[in-house]
Design a protein around this ligand. Structure first.
Ligand code: ZN
Length: 143
């Protein structure tokens, strides 16, 4: 099952097809179609709640987390920089969203450290995930 299929089957009031859907957002208890879901050509899933819910809250409401939005490595690599001639699967704006979100994670942990708080083990692990995702996004962007 692709990350998009996995997410879509957990949502209510789903409409749309071919990689682009709207659905009700379970994070803010509203049944209207405030959630936009998009599947990129390589299987990465982007979602946005127009009511302002954080992506992680939306996912938590359906029992998923950020890692569930990413397709298995083998599939992602098909579009990687190591394959010349293959059209990049990411648009710059999609890459920027991934980088901006992960940078926010790093910022939050960095703020804790700067205020003398020792980040929890969970936060440290999450920061390493952010590091890897930023690194990967930068490679896709060829920067
Ligand atoms: Zn919402």
């Amino acid at each position: 099952m692709s990350p998009a299929e996995n997410l879509i089957q957990r949502l209510a009031k789903v409409r749309g097809r071919n990689g682009s859907w709207t659905a009700g957002c379970l994070a803010h208890n509203e049944k209207g179609p405030s959630l936009a879901v998009r599947e990129l050509p390589d299987g990465l899933v982007l979602l946005h709640c127009f009511a302002g819910c954080e992506t992680e809250s939306v996912l938590a409401a359906v029992g998923m987390d950020m890692t569930d939005l990413f397709p298995p490595d083998s599939k992602r690599r098909e579009y990687g920089p190591g394959k010349p001639g293959v059209k990049p699967a990411f648009y710059a704006s999609d890459l920027m969203r991934v980088i901006a979100f992960e940078a926010l994670v790093v910022q939050i942990v960095a703020f804790d450290i700067a205020s003398g708080k020792r980040p929890s083990e969970e936060d440290q692990k999450r920061m390493m995930v952010a590091y890897e995702r930023i690194d990967e996004a930068m490679r896709y962007a060829n920067v």
